[in-house]
Design a protein around this ligand. Sequence first.
Ligand code: C2E
Ligand code: MG
Ligand code: MG
Ligand code: MG
Length: 279
Amino acid sequence: HCKKTGKASFRFYTTELEKQAEEEILIELRLKKALAQGGFRLHYQPVIDIKSGKLIGAEALVRLEDGQGATLGPDRFVPVAEATGLIADLGQWVVEEACRQHRIWLRQGMALTIAINVSPLQFRHPTFAKKLGEIISETGMSPGSIEIEVTESAVMDDVNEAVDILNRIKSLGVRIALDDFGTGYSSLSSLTSLPLDKLKVDQSFIRHIERDHASRAVTEAILSLGRSLRLDVHGEGIESEYELQYLSEHGCNQAQGYLFSRPLPAHEFALWCRQREAA
Ligand code: C2E
Ligand code: MG
Ligand code: MG
Ligand code: MG
């Protein structure tokens, strides 16, 4: 064992940790500023009914803007929001903003289901369901046009607790989708006790459908499981016609991905919809 190397690698390790901690502090500051001054934006990605080809919904995806044109994606700041407790306020903003936008589109004749992502801590927060209920009654929107997305891993962390919470959310009349399905470790038996409306097949399988036999096998298994449970099955991250065709042939009924559109700011999303209608 060499002392010198030990010291050197210790020093390197500390610097890396320090860099990471510093970055997290910077992100935390940006989150606080954005919450106080309105620096978050929602982008919307179309959800398509495969059989009819019709647009049926939009998934709201949050971004953090710095005011100078640079945008930070949720994979960077949602974990920091979770670690610092800011996720409750951020989540509340997302729900309110998505519902506000939904109403604007409804008035313009676009009746869409709006999908909202909810992180593990956020959906376990004691007042989440209550606040969601308040927003629904304040805005008068139809609860069935809201879809709450929780990830498989968030739910399976503590299935009994998740069943209780999801039942409470479900009793408001909103829909529930299990996001990133296939990447967690579901106990298949507990799937039947969750009040689900939809499985979203994770894009990591769809990405490899064309080349990889195992990804096809997993995708087909998920699609057939979802259908037997009478759930909607939704493919995410669809980038090619091949992937869409394959999913369609194997009983997938909803699709989302760059093949249709990237997530777009609200006004661009509305333009996209009009252009699609005209075409
Ligand atoms: P997710 O809910 O699974 O969302 C899908 C992600 O895949 C999005 O990334 C989307 O932009 C991206 N995507 C969609 N189609 C394609 C495609 O065809 N190819 C590829 N390569 N990517 C595609 P994004 O927007 O960076 O979001 C990442 C994750 O952050 C989301 O994964 C979700 O778990 C989380 N997230 C997003 N918005 C929110 C939010 O408002 N609240 C919370 N708690 N989490 C959020
Ligand atoms: Mg999602
Ligand atoms: Mg997903
Ligand atoms: Mg994801």
